[in-house]
Design a protein around this ligand. Structure first.
Ligand code: GLA
Length: 508
């Protein structure tokens, strides 16, 4: 072999040795000490320049930007949620063994690990399941007007129990709220226990007997709602339906459940494309329909992938269009005004859901809560109270039970309001109603009072309409050409405007 040939051979051999050396170097397997802490990491496997980390919340997730710094392994994790900031995690030797540290989304990790062999990792394999082919499910015939009721989350978070729920239910009856339409009593996250040997999910000790609870609510003219997630874990870390979709739907139907809120939560790692998110919601929609029980189906995936365009097709009756509301004006205003979802997706049987009500929870003024109630009613939003009904104040009751405002939300035409005009720091929203009139909300989003003058012609409304103020419960006699009114800071004037000549209900 001449010189060049020998050199080429040497070079190739060096490359092979080098490749072999580094791949072998970077191949390692690890087992984490079992933990109940989020995200319950179980194993880590490194193979060359790639690797994956396994947890009970997210199954297997690929490692990003994996590199080595001396003995330390550094990488990031992506669970498919584009909103979550990625930080470096470091697996490093310490005096007491190997420890993985770093910030994982909102959580500071500090988990011990030990080297393992591949078989130990394989023994902890995480199951994956096929999703159904996309198809359109039939309308379930429910929620012809936006669902109304109460939900435990905004006030109690996961600290909810059967006794409290029954007391809230009794208060819905004694305050007249049930008769005003608030009939669904929905348990949010925190009721779930563990699965029995047959895989059937049991409630935890705070809810000893779901069937009895449903029977009790039904006997009081109320309905019972429940909460779950398509992933292995709910947002608060309780078991989701992963691998048990049909079984859980059947369990709930047997208990007498009337409403399901299905929250993506840890499912976002498994389902983070349009097709998979839609398919997983369809899977539960079909499972609910197959039970034969009428169950209102609430999708909660925070508005991803334009959910309003396909929510009905997966059997949904309402779909969250926003992130979680909190009990303050900016959060409420962001969900209600700024993120109002496309109005054309809302109508009988399917509603945009800007999240549950905070009225009465104490973080806003009565004026702001009237804005919250008015806006949700104009948006034809589901009205799920989130306060403690057992101690509801007369002022809060007057806001949430105002029959003239509730009639706007529950109007049978089922149209969602549109923002018609911005004027003097204010927004004017209009919702067409079944009787040919319109609900008009004059909102002041600023922190100073405004004096607002709006000609009916600016809103496409003919002259001399009949006008009623729905919070003051009075007819406004002097509103022939328009309305001139003061609107308090963060406040609202909500009107029902009936044209002198009533157009046919189908016209806009
Ligand atoms: C998510 C939902 C909330 C609530 C919690 C429960 O954050 O958006 O409405 O259901 O989960 O953990």
């Amino acid at each position: 072999m001449h010189m060049i040939g020998r050199l080429a051979l040497w070079f190739a051999a060096t490359l092979v040795v080098a490749a072999h050396c580094c791949a072998a170097d970077l191949r390692s397997d690890w087992i984490f000490t079992p933990s109940t802490e989020f995200p319950q990491l179980t194993t880590l496997s490194i193979e060359g320049q790639t690797g994956s980390i396994r947890s009970l919340w997210y199954g297997d997730l690929p490692l990003l930007n994996l590199h080595r710094d001396g003995e330390r392994l550094i990488f990031q994790i992506d669970n498919g949620n584009p909103r979550l900031e990625k930080h470096d995690l470091t697996l490093a030797p310490t005096a007491t063994g190997w420890v993985l540290t770093g910030q994982l989304w909102d959580t500071q990790l500090n988990v011990t690990a030990r080297k393992a062999d591949r078989r130990e990792v394989e023994a902890r394999a995480f199951p994956t399941y096929a999703l159904p082919r996309l198809r359109d499910l039939p309308d379930n015939g429910l929620a012809r007007t936006p669902p109304m009721g109460w939900n435990s989350w905004n006030k109690f978070a996961e600290h909810i129990d059967e006794k409290t729920l029954r007391e809230v239910a009794d208060s819905l009856v004694s305050t007249g709220l049930r008769d005003a339409g608030y009939v669904y009593v929905n348990i949010d996250d925190g009721w779930q226990g563990i699965r029995d040997a047959g895989g059937k999910l049991q409630p935890n000790s705070r809810f000893p007997d779901m069937k009895k609870l449903a029977d009790y609510l039904h006997s009081r003219g109320l309905k019972l709602g429940i909460y779950s997630s398509p992933g292995p874990k709910s947002c608060a870390g309780y078991p989701g339906t992963y691998g048990h979709v049909t079984q859980d739907a059947q369990t709930w139907a047997a208990w007498g459940i009337d409403y399901l809120k299905y929250d993506l939560c840890s499912g976002e790692a498994f389902y983070h494309t349009y097709e998979t998110v839609r398919a997983t919601y369809q899977q539960m929609g079909a499972a609910l329909q197959a039970t034969g029980r009428p169950i209102v189906y609430s999708l909660c995936e925070y508005g991803r992938f334009n959910v309003g365009a396909w929510g009905r097709k997966v059997g949904g009756n309402l779909w969250r269009t926003t992130r979680d509301i909190s009990d303050d004006f900016p959060s409420m205003a962001k969900n209600g005004f700024d993120q109002a979802a496309p109005a054309e997706n809302a109508g009988p049987g399917g509603w945009n859901d800007p999240d549950m009500l905070e009225i009465g929870n104490g973080g806003m003024t009565a004026e702001e809560y009237r804005t919250h109630m008015s806006l949700w009613s104009l948006l034809a939003a589901p009205l799920l109270l989130g306060n403690d009904i057992r101690s509801i104040s007369p002022e809060t009751l007057a806001i949430v039970a105002n029959p003239e405002v509730l009639a706007i939300d529950q109007d049978p035409l089922g149209r969602q309001a549109r923002m018609a005009l911005r004027k003097a720091g204010s927004e004017i929203w209009i919702k067409p109603l079944a009787d040919g009139s319109s609900a008009v909300g004059l909102f002041n989003r600023s922190t100073s009072p405004v004096q607002l003058s709006v000609a009916w012609s600016e809103l496409g409304i003919g002259p001399r309409p009949r006008v009623r103020d729905l919070w003051r419960h009075v007819d406004l006699e002097s509103a022939a050409d328009g309305v001139a009114t003061a609107v308090p800071p963060h406040g609202v004037v909500l009107l029902k405007v009936r044209p002198a000549v009533t157009p046919s209900p189908s016209s806009p």
